[in-house]
Ligand binder design. Sequence first.
Ligand code: 2AM
Length: 179
Amino acid sequence: MSEQKRVFFGIALPEESSQSVIEWRAATFAEETGRPIAAANLHLTLAFLGEISAEKRRALIQMAGKIKQPPFTLKLDDAGHWPRSGVVWLGPKQAPRGLLQLAGLLRSQAARSGCYQSPLPFHPHVTLFRNAHQPVALPPRNFSWQFRVERFALFESLFSKGRTRYRELASWELQQEIL
Ligand code: 2AM
């Protein structure tokens, strides 16, 4: 049987934004909030695929390559806490149409390929802390990071020596259509 890995489509935060987010996080949240995610791992998941076969992965890579849509601006200006999953997150107050369109396409391609997709609405977020199961004091919404999203990627999640690392398997540029 071929090897299976946990994979997902996502958007990595630009390095400058990641650095600024982790500095703000350190100054804003108590140390006991939870396990902070490393700057290099900050990302927004577009479609989670889980463990899929190499064959399914190839098919999804081919389908993702057919997506044609222009870049969009993403503004992270909201934060929240999901105590059950233990996640403290950053996200957009209002998700841009381009983001919803891209995630919608990837999620429907994944569902059509037989990957389980939650029927719950897509809630775009960047996880800041995990294991945050106690009440968390959320900061006033006076922060904002804004950047252009010009590419998305397929990542695999690797766990070794107690650390999670994401490796990019393939990536695609979002392109303005030339008329
Ligand atoms: P999270 O940050 O909210 O935990 C890699 O694990 C990425 O896939 C993370 O962004 C994680 O979201 C997301 N993820 C993990 N399991 C998932 C699931 N069952 N459904 C949707 N997203 C999931």
